[in-house]
Write a protein that binds this ligand. Sequence first.
Ligand SMILES: Nc1ncnc2c1ncn2[C@@H]1O[C@H](COP(=O)(O)OP(=O)(O)OP(=O)(O)O)[C@@H](O)[C@H]1O
Length: 275
Amino acid sequence: MSARDAQTPAVQTPAIELINVSRRFLTPEGKSLTAIRDFTMTVARGEFVAVVGPTGCGKSTTLNLITGLAKPSSGEVRLYGQPVDGIDRRIGFAFQTDALFPWRSVIDNVMAGPRFRGVPKDKAEADARAWLAKVGLTGFEKHYPHQLSGGMRKRVSLAQTFINGPEILLMDEPFSALDVQTRVVMHEELLKLWSSSGASVVFVTHDLEEAIALADKVYVLTSGPATVKSIYPIDIPRPRVVSEIRYEKHFIELSHTIWADLRDEVTRAYQRNAA
Ligand SMILES: Nc1ncnc2c1ncn2[C@@H]1O[C@H](COP(=O)(O)OP(=O)(O)OP(=O)(O)O)[C@@H](O)[C@H]1O
């Protein structure tokens, strides 16, 4: 076997696999609640997967299983072919609320990760400046988070995440608190950073258009317990200009098709909550 052949299986191993995963919780009343049932998902290396589903269906629980913060009740979660075992340094996160330290300047916030990992101060600072330049924040290094707009804080957050070179990026509605225009700008930023990073992404959102604009694949989940209802490949060529593609015929067709599928689950979840 040549060295190249020996490497092939590893190269083909997906970045993330959830195999027939179920996750049950005990409710405060002591009842068993199944948040996720027979959930199977594969994220190839470098792939961008978006996950949409009705509110409360189990999207965040899915991310927690990938991080190792939650353990499956049955089934298996693998990263690069290996069972998840605790918090993995290859994973980066982005949540709805950013994780900026309010008492630290922008550059100190971005340097925090590398410094924590033992990178010397000069190198960490130079890297942080370079990442701030990539997200268009040169000149804001000495500002504090409260002196920035919501969109600028998100840019700092992205720099703070990408500076650590994550191989896997888990994003839980990271842009949902932003206004629509800023959100589109952040989509462009994210796609630019992601395409040069090669990271594998799981992006959870309520916003179907956001999912289609960003992802290679959209997973539609059922109303809880979450299981995979459908998987839609998004064959819109890259690089994508997010502000433009949403007006294209194919984008609108994809939105209609996937929404028809998602709408049933949203209605079901709404009726269940109302009952
Ligand atoms: N630690 C926990 N203990 C008990 N129940 C939990 C726990 N974590 C989540 N759940 C329940 O599991 C279900 C799925 O929750 P989850 O947060 O994963 O949904 P979600 O799809 O991310 O929600 P949303 O769309 O509102 O953000 C919910 O019914 C929730 O109440």
